[in-house]
Structures are given as C-alpha cells and as structure tokens.
Ligand binder design. Sequence first.
Ligand code: BGC
Length: 374
Amino acid sequence: MSKKKLLAALSVAALLSGLTACSSTRSDSSSSSGAGASGAAGGLIGIAMPTRSLERWNNDGAHLDDLLKKAGYTTSVQFADNKVEQQITQIENMINQNPKVIVVASIDGTALSPVLKKAADAKIKIIAYDRLINGTPNVDYYATFDNYQVGKLQGEYIVKTLGLDQGKGPFNLEPFAGSPDDNNAKFFFAGAWDVLNPYVKSGKLVVPSKKAPATNDDWKSIGIQGWSSQTAQSEMDNRLNSFYAGKKVNVVLSPNDSLALGIEQSLESKGYKPGAEWPIVTGQDADLANTKNIIAGKQAMTVWKDTRSLGDQVAKMVDQIVKGEKVEVNDEKTYNNGNKVVPSYLLPPIVVTKDVVKEKLVDSGFYTADKLGL
Ligand code: BGC
C-alpha cells in the first residue's frame, strides 16, 4: 500500500474510532455536577494519548475522560500505539470535529508543528499533557510533574541508600535513559546525573560498561527508544554478558518502570536473586507490575506521579480555557519549547519504597490492597 493510501486508511480508522469514543459518552455525564451542571461549559474536548501499551497512559486517559464528562463535556479519546503518524491523523480528525481544546500527550514532541498550526487556525487551544511539545508557538499550556525532580529523587535515593556521602564504595552502576524522542527523558536524566555524576568522577561509582555519559547532554547515547521493556532487557543482557565476568552490578539507574521491568527480567535470567546481591533498581510511575516487584524485593523504589492529580489539574485548565477564565499555572520559566516559554503547571513527584507502598498507594486509593496481593 502506498504511504498516501495507508494514511487515508488510517484516517478513516481513526475517525471511526473517534466517533466510537464520542458515542461512548457515559449516560450519567449530563446529570453529574461540575462545569456542565453550572451551565457555563460543555462542548467537545479531544484527548490524544500516546499508547495503550503502558499502564499509566490508560489510567491517564480514563481519568481525564471521566472528569471531563462529569464536568459536562463530550470527549474524543485516542491512543496512538506509539506511532507518530497515527497520532497526527488522530489530532487531525479531532480538529475536523471542532473541539474547544485538545489535550496532547505527544509521542514525538518535535513532530506536531504542522498539525498544531491547523488547530491554531481553527482557534482550538492545546494543552501539552505530561510531555512538552517543541518547536511551535501553537501550544498554549503545559501540565506535568516536575520532571527534573523525578530524576533528582532517583539520584538522591541511590546516594543515600549506598551511603556514598559516608564514603562507602566503590559500587558498580549501570545507567539508562528514556526515549530519545521524549522531551521528558532529558530532564529525568539531568536530574539524576547532576546528583550521580560527581560520584562517577570521584570513582565511588564505577560504570563497567563505560556507558556513562560525560555530560547531561550526551544522555541520548544510553536512551531506550520508545521506553521499551524488551530493548532495556536486551541492553542489560548485553552489558551483563560483556562486562560483568566475575563482577556484580550494585545499582541500575532506570528512568522509569517500563525499563526497570526489562532490567529486572535480565537480572533474574542472569541468576541474581532478590536479597543482598540484588542491585538497587530505580523506577518511575508505580506501575502495577513494578509495585509488585517492589514488594518482592526486585525494585528498590519508584517515583510515583499520581496521575489522578495531573488529570484533575488538566480538567481544571480545560474548564478555565473554555470559560475564558485565567488559567492557573505555577511555572513560567522552565519549559522553553524552542519557540517560547510555555506556561506550565508542575506537580510534585513522590518516592515510593517497600515500607510506604501501603501508606502512599493503598491508603490514597491508587491501588487496592487486594490488587497488590497485600
Ligand atoms: C512519562 C513517564 C513514562 C514515560 C514512558 C514519560 O514521558 O513522563 O511517566 O514512564 O513517558 O511512557
């Protein structure tokens, strides 16, 4: 099939699924309270999510959808299977349905300029959700967790747990970074590396694979495309096979849970056993499988970003935009997208370790005890 035909077919498929998403509007939405009940809002809101393959985006999409419907809006929620072209087509189809706002969690934050120009021409406002969209003036707001802080928390956890400030070491470290096309990945790495690199330089952290970026800007050299668990697993297999004869790895900097999962599988397949010899593995998102691994002693920590609060904030911003009110932001300097500084709302991420799983994740209602096998 030619590229043109393929795109046309994708458009139709996306349009159909968009219509399904709209028509699946829950029947209780119009009777619930919120902006709709007050009569001031309503209308269509587009939600473009990157993929269903990662738990967090399913939760993000469902929660935001639910909030907006309760506030009286109709929604079109789309997931793009981590394919950039598919996401562009989905956004194009949303534009054709004339929504008031489109919320975009981008796959490639540099690929959306043309489609967002069309949105701007149609007077549709854009909120970048979790991931910044780069190189365009046509992104109005950004809502996310403090991405630099996510990495910093991972780095600080490693320093504290290993006792590096007490002069302990040297320890063997293997660092990983996120997807090279995701603007967040740079911030996660910078936050962690600003904390860890001084110990690499002083020799307290040794990187046997030599895959230690010299500076923050070199992070893409250890980036895992598409945040793939499988790629992280084979990369870890390679490092253990090639550089660890007669050695043990003590700590793995993993930027998120999907990478951590692959890394943990690799460790297991190479004979590491949970307990004293299992390395510290970091993560992010508090995905279910990883939270279970934390309980089982296969992952030391995760940086939890309560996606419900991100959804709450974004739903509020949507409502403020539609009503013509002042949109709440708390950072107007950090996120320069290469074209402008995008007014942002940053939420605080939280460290979760085994001893606080119940307090943070169960007591807050993020997971039931049952789901975690507690
Ligand atoms: C998100 C992370 C997520 C990663 C992979 C990042 O942009 O901020 O929470 O783990 O994408 O989907």
